[in-house]
Write a protein that binds this ligand. Structure first.
Ligand SMILES: C[S@@+](CC[C@H](N)C(=O)[O-])C[C@H]1O[C@@H](n2cnc3c(N)ncnc32)[C@H](O)[C@@H]1O
Length: 265
């Protein structure tokens, strides 16, 4: 491991705003095959235990360096924000910034998003941002952060009427998510195929750019945005009519960018 990464990991241990639970604290390994999640003590207690102010909580899942988490938190002191990612060296940047600026409404959680239900109780979360998630073009549908499997997880803690924001460079992921929304009769508040050229959106959707977003913008890629709710009776289903081959083809070679080694953290 590089010297710089080791330094960041060591400094991560000192940040009060960064929670880095070991997998064993949330995985029940004696429960047989499959993923068995057990509750982490902070579940249901972020307000009070982590945040001094009892305020609505917003998650950014796959936050990388925490660009959205930080920018939203600075704009909205009346809300609390948690960035979630598995990469400690990326989280270091957001956690360091929040620590140095004394931001009391920001926290970061280092975990796999697959374990997310261990950390949040019913109605504990008001909004979720998915920012430039990997579209998993060739991988299993169940790895997409907007798949029914993941949305079912989010439903366990998103309050009624709570919003999900998906901002992406991937037309494939955008169209896939639209298909999930349609298959389940979910309510779409906003759907925009090219946010910087449609002229329809303003505010935090177009004012804040993440690390990855800036790279995609330099490549001239359109950025899309979906805002929807998860209110729904019964289980969520996969979209049977999503034409994955068509949208994979439409995505073209530009996605090869994200399969190159990660940018320097
Ligand atoms: C393409 S990067 C985008 C980062 C950031 N949102 C941005 O726009 O700059 C995707 C991020 O999601 C994280 N990620 C992907 N799948 C994850 C998972 N299952 N659990 C935790 N983090 C995950 C990766 O570590 C990575 O930092």
């Amino acid at each position: 491991m590089g010297h710089d990464k080791l330094r960041k990991f060591a400094e991560n241990e000192t940040f009060a705003c960064l929670l880095q639970p070991a997998a064993d604290t949330v995985l029940d390994r004696n429960a047989g095959p499959g993923l068995h999640i057990k509750d982490h003590p902070i579940k249901g207690h972020w307000n009070g235990n982590m945040f001094p102010a009892d305020q609505p909580i917003v998650l950014e899942l796959g936050c990388g360096k925490g660009d959205y988490t930080i920018a939203l938190a600075e704009r909205h002191p009346e809300m609390n924000f948690i960035g979630v990612d598995i990469k400690g060296a990326r989280l270091w940047k957001g956690a360091k910034y929040a620590t140095e600026k004394g931001l009391r409404n920001v926290a970061f959680l280092r975990t796999r998003i697959e374990f997310i239900t261990a950390f949040f109780g019913p109605d504990e979360i008001s909004e979720i941002w998915l920012t430039f998630s990997d579209p998993q073009l060739r991988g299993s549908e169940n790895k997409r952060l907007s798949s029914p499997l993941f949305l079912e997880r989010y439903r366990q803690f998103l309050r009624p009427g709570g919003l999900v924001h998906l901002k992406t460079d991937s037309r494939f992921l955008h169209e896939y998510t639209r298909a999930v929304i349609a298959a389940n009769g979910l309510h779409t508040e906003i759907c925009d195929n090219d946010i910087y050229h449609s002229g329809r959106l303003s505010g935090e959707v177009t004012d804040i750019q993440t690390f990855y977003e800036n790279m995609f913008l330099e490549m001239g890629l359109p950025i899309t945005y979906l805002r929807f709710t998860l209110d729904h009776d019964g289980p969520l289903v996969s979209p049977a009519d999503f034409d994955a081959d068509f949208w994979r083809e439409a995505e073209g070679p530009r996605r090869s960018f994200s399969h190159q080694p990660s940018p320097k953290q």
